[in-house]
Design a protein around this ligand. Structure first.
Ligand code: B1H
Length: 810
């Protein structure tokens, strides 16, 4: 802090007059728009299409964000507060223009401005490509946290990677197979990022780590490959505040772009080889949600990103001028899952080898700086890196990890003398061929606090995967932080009519309740008001029509809107049990077929939507998509049933598609095997938009039910404590499906027999249920069907349903 402010250069008044403020009128907006068309884009009115107009609008909005961004950052530099850093390999941002306009409070003015220039705002918004630098919930959570951090005026920065290619685009082949196409999202320039070509750091890979030999634990790491990290800054505006935070994404670049020796010797390929391998690091997001493969490039991504981020954070800290021991008073670093865990040995390396601290001093700083969020207890998702790979890519870090392990296990041995099994369980190194580094253990012992993402999940973390660590370190280090979602994007932006109705009804300023959602409770009494219910239902209806129009324009399909909309949208995964849902749809279809026309007329009309991507190598998940698509083809064409049941698989699920689907939902499905879905976050978004939940007693569903009341949630299925025992039964005392669950057996047999085209391709999928049934479809099927029947029954009493919908939002 400098205290007194002295104007640095020239006439302050002239400077201030040049600043483009946010309180602009429409004529300022059109001027700035036209200026960007003519200068930034070098175009004219006569050749400007919607894409160009979107870009001009975006550049003009960006000018506003930059003014706020600069002010915010200057303020942070002056005040030197403790800062929070969110390290995440994924940021699933979606689109920015609409969000920025709403946050700045400029949407109406821009709408008028672009109208005067002959454009329609909604068309321009549609031209923006999603920034899809994430797989699913974990990446979207990071994006929501950035929005909330800025809206609450917290000095929070995100750090991630600037992938050239985001999550792949999903196409569906005529046979119903998922095909993957690249997502070159940066193709038409990204107006929301600011290249900081002057902010660069060097990052080393491979080479040799030589201990100093003096017994102080220090080493010199030399040789290998050196790569440059270049910063790109993404502005994160807060809602109705000038605070505009930063998301810093790193791009990899060769340190020397060109090897002149090779070039001069005529080896032109050799001359650019290193340049290709450096650029590859940030080329693509790994699309394998919930599994890790031990791929070298992924390890390099993780280190590249943590090393660059730490150098940046330390440089900023050093500018404050405090001794290094005070680092934890100025920086808190949140690790989004174990992906950034290398930051722990990396900070140790910097403190010991470069800052020349002792081991104990360094470890104290490290363990007061990091905080670790676990997002899953599924064994296949727990990161482990082969020791030989880490030794090869990061020789110095492998030494440090061994040292951390040595001191750690000595302490465990001291507390639990002679307990060899405990040491084996807790070691950072898993024995085997090859040995592997257990990243969750490293993240846990290197952090000050460890949290799960919903109450049940945090409990499971403490009683299963980190049980030994709770016993060793004490329970106070472990806690729960239930996930959340930003109501700005997930209500105000995606469901503006509902947002306006809420504002009108609560008689509060929109920005009051959008920053304090407990205010929504004020809606409760209005559930009893008939006129209000009619308005509420009419908005839901228009959202269904908006979705139907979207399906019509993108897929050319006719969706009926006089039906209940039932939605399951999330990554395809066996634990999420899209199979249970599609088998339930088939059951409904078979049941409808067996009815007389008069019986059918009395049944509830329903449209079922699926959307979601499967990891490209996840065979069973891809078969599930194929089954859904082919079931849809048969059902939608069947004249007996098509008025009562329609089914759609919407390709290429994205944040933007979610913004259209969620407000249109009557009921959404969150039906994971109990204990497997850590939290879920779309469940919260559906509820916020007045959609009811059909779900298992899992993740955040439980806490949602506590808030909205169990009578407004449709629960089914076995509970978490039963799961282990049921799996044991499957293995040792299997009961034939025909006996255990005849309705399901019939469904499976019909699929095999070719009701939806050749059944043979589906056998591997059906066999996961017939043999082993790890995710307990056979155990939960009957209660699932019963729950669906209750949903139908409840929906037939429309007034009662609307009350439930209002209460859910409230
Ligand atoms: C979640 C992941 C995940 N949990 C590994 N774990 C990944 C693990 O690329 N990888 O290697 C990617 C993602 N993602 C999700 O996090 C949980 O399944 C959800 O239940 C939870 O809501 C979300 C946010 O906490």
């Amino acid at each position: 802090a400098t205290g007194k402010e002295v104007w640095p250069k020239g006439d302050e008044k002239v400077w201030k007059a040049g600043t483009r403020g946010v309180d602009q009128d429409v004529s300022d907006i059109t001027k700035s728009f036209v200026n960007h068309v003519q200068t930034s884009l070098a175009r004219q009115a006569y050749n400007l299409d919607d894409l160009g107009a979107y870009q001009a609008a975006a550049l003009s909005v960006r000018d506003n964000l930059l003014v706020n961004w600069n002010e915010t950052q200057l303020n942070y530099t002056r005040k030197a507060p403790k800062r929070a850093y969110y390290l995440s390999l994924e940021f699933l941002m979606g689109r920015t223009l609409d969000n920025a306009l709403l946050n700045l409070g400029l949407k109406d003015k821009y709408r008028k401005g672009v109208e005067q220039l002959g454009f329609n705002m909604e068309d321009l918004l549609e031209k923006e490509r999603d920034a899809a630098l994430g797989n699913g919930g974990l990446g979207r959570l990071a994006a929501c946290y950035l929005d909330s951090g800025a809206s609450q005026e917290l000095p929070l920065w995100g750090y991630g990677l600037r992938y050239q290619y985001g999550i792949f685009q999903q196409l569906i082949s005529p046979e119903g197979n998922q095909l993957e196409a690249p997502d070159p999202w940066l193709e038409n320039q990204n107006p929301w990022e600011l290249p900081r070509l002057d902010v660069t750091y060097e990052v080393r890979f491979y080479g040799q780590a030589e201990r100093s030999g003096s017994g102080n634990g220090r080493a010199a790491w030399t040789g290998g490959q050196e790569v440059l990290a270049v910063a790109y800054d993404v502005m994160i505006p807060g809602y109705k505040t000038k605070t505009t935070n930063n998301l810093r994404l790193w791009e990899s670049k060769p340190k020397r772009g060109f090897d002149l020796n090779s070039f001069n010797a005529g080896n032109y390929e050799g001359a650019v080889e290193s340049s290709n391998s450096a650029a590859a690091i940030t080329s693509v997001l790994y699309p394998n949600d919930h599994t890790t493969f031990g791929k070298e490039l992924r390890l390099k991504q993780q280190y590249f990103w943590t090393a660059a981020s730490l150098q940046d954070i330390l440089r900023r800290f050093k500018n404050v001028g405090k001794p290094i021991t005070e680092f934890p008073d100025y920086a808190a670093i949140q690790l989004n899952d174990t992906h950034p865990t290398l930051a722990i040995p990396e900070l140790m390396r910097i403190l010991i080898d470069e800052e020349e601290l002792s081991w104990d001093e360094a470890w104290k700083i490290v363990t007061n700086t990091f905080f670790y969020t676990n997002h899953t207890v599924l064994p296949e998702a727990l990161e482990k890196w082969p020791v030989p790979l880490v030794e090869h890519v990061l020789p110095r870090h492998m030494q440090i990890i061994y040292d951390i392990n040595l001191y750690f296990l000595q302490a465990v041995e001291k507390k639990f003398p002679g307990d060899r099994e405990r040491l084996t369980r807790m070691s950072l190194i898993e024995e085997g061929y090859p040995k592997q580094v257990r990243m969750a253990h490293l993240a846990c012992i290197g952090s000050r606090k460890v949290n799960g993402v919903a109450e049940l999940h945090s409990e499971l973390v403490q009683t299963t995967i980190l049980k030994d660590f709770v016993e060793f370190e004490g329970v106070s280090k472990f806690g729960n932080v239930t996930n959340g979602v930003t109501p700005r994007r997930w209500l105000d932006q995606c469901n503006f009519e509902l947002s306006d109705l809420i504002t009108k009804t609560l008689k509060l300023e929109k920005n009051v309740w959008l920053k304090d959602l407990t205010k929504l409770e004020g809606l409760l009494p209005f559930a009893e008001n008939k006129a209000f219910r009619a308005e509420w239902a009419a908005i839901k209806q228009r959202n269904k029509e908006r979705l139907a129009r979207h399906v019509q324009t993108t897929l050319g399909l006719e969706v009926r809107t006089d039906a209940m909309f039932d939605v399951q949208i999330k990554r395809l995964h066996e634990y999420k049990r899209q199979t249970l849902n599609i088998l339930g749809v088939i059951h409904r279809y078979i049941t409808l077929k067996g009815m007389t026309p008069a019986e059918r007329k009395k049944s509830n009309r329903k449209v079922v939507f699926f959307a979601g991507k499967a990891a490209p190598a996840y065979y069973i998940a891809k078969l599930t998509i194929r089954l859904i698509v082919n079931v849809a083809r048969v059902i939608n064409a069947d004249p007996d049933t098509k008025d009562f049941l329609q089914l759609y698989f919407l390709p290429d699920y994205s944040v933007s598609l979610a913004e259209v689907l969620i407000p249109a939902s009557d009921i959404s499905q969150h039906i994971s095997t109990a204990g497997t879905e850590a939290s879920g976050t779309s469940n919260m978004k559906f509820c916020l938009n007045g959609g009811l939940l059909l779900g298992t007693v899992d993740g955040a569903n439980i806490e949602i039910a506590e808030e909205v009341g169990e009578s407004n949630v449709f629960f089914f299925g076995h509970l978490t404590p039963a799961v282990e025992d049921l799996r044991y039964q499957h293995t040792y005392h299997p009961i034939p499906i025909e006996e255990k669950c005849p309705a399901l057996a019939n469904v499976l047999n019909q699929v095999s027999a070719g009701l939806f085209g050749d059944g043979a391709p589906y056998e591997p999928l059906l066999n996961t249920i017939r043999q082993g049934d790890y995710y307990l479809i056979t155990d939960d099927f009957d209660s699932y069907i019963a729950a669906l029947a209750m949903v139908d029954e409840a929906y037939l009493d429309r007034e009662e349903w609307i009350k439930k919908s209002i209460r859910t939002t409230a």
